[in-house]
Design a protein around this ligand. Structure first.
Ligand code: PGA
Length: 253
């Protein structure tokens, strides 16, 4: 059975004090995270080691970085490599979040390189895909997402893609309070799984957790996560509110 995952994407939020409070608060809840589930905290770079240290005795909790660079080391002032992230014991890196694509100009080709450096370092990418509103309005979202997958992932070998996490995040639903309906999430996520199955076979497609992201809240998580191809969520705004995120974790199937 593939993993059900509640992943918090803090984005560029929280001071050190707030980060401490949020993680301590979460751990105090003593939520039982069974072996087929995971809670992932994608915190800003300065708090990664702190977060890692705090969760070290708590089963089912993992820490993710929100980005990494396409190269492993060198004269790239201000960048962080997958090798560095691996050396501090991380498990995951978010790759290709729509904010990286839209604000920082990351292309499908660049994301293919990021995926490669993550895998070479032994980190699992949480690969984000999803269409903007203009594409959804034209009803060409499947084609758009298929190209994102093909151009960034389909050079991989089957054993490399097996432990991936994919997050479908329609851009029009991120931070807008406008969630995709659970049916829209299910339709796209089933399409993503079929696209992977066509290339890599059913067994691999079935092993990949596909998360939904875009205005997931405590009051819609159960409905969205209840769909067969939705294996949890990548949660932005609501992951910064302790009670909301706790409730979202408890909504995993
Ligand atoms: P949101 O963000 O939950 O605030 O919409 C989701 C994301 O961008 O990962």
């Amino acid at each position: 059975m593939r993993k059900q995952i509640a992943a918090a994407n803090w984005k560029m939020n929280c001071t050190l004090e707030q980060a401490n409070e949020l993680i301590d608060g979460l751990l105090k809840e003593k939520i039982s995270v069974t072996h087929d589930r995971e809670v992932v905290l994608a915190v800003p770079f300065p708090y990664l080691m702190l977060a890692k240290e705090k969760i070290k005795n708590t089963g089912g909790f993992k820490i993710a970085a929100q980005n990494c660079y396409t190269k492993t080391s060198g004269a790239f002032t201000g960048e962080v490599s997958a090798t560095m992230l691996q050396s501090i014991g991380l498990d995951y890196v978010i790759i290709g979040h729509s904010e990286r694509r839209e604000i920082f100009g990351e292309t499908n080709a660049m994301l293919a390189q990021k995926v490669d450096v993550c895998l070479a370092a032994g980190l699992a990418p949480i690969f984000c895909c999803g269409e903007p509103l203009s594409i959804r309005e034209k009803e060409t979202q499947n084609n758009f997402v298929e190209i994102q997958l093909k151009e960034s992932l389909f050079h991989l070998k089957p054993e490399q893609i097996k432990n991936f996490v994919i997050a479908y995040e329609p851009i029009w639903a991120i931070g807008t309070g406008k969630t995709a309906t659970s049916a829209q999430a299910q339709d796209m996520q089933a399409f993503i799984r079929r696209t992977i199955a066509n290339k890599y076979g059913d067994a691999i497609a079935d092993s990949i957790s596909i998360l939904y992201g875009g205005s997931v809240k405590a009051n819609n998580a159960t409905e969205i996560f209840g769909k067969p191809d939705v294996d949890g969520g990548l949660v932005g705004g609501a992951s910064l509110v302790l009670a909301e995120f706790v409730s979202i974790i408890k909504s995993l199937k």
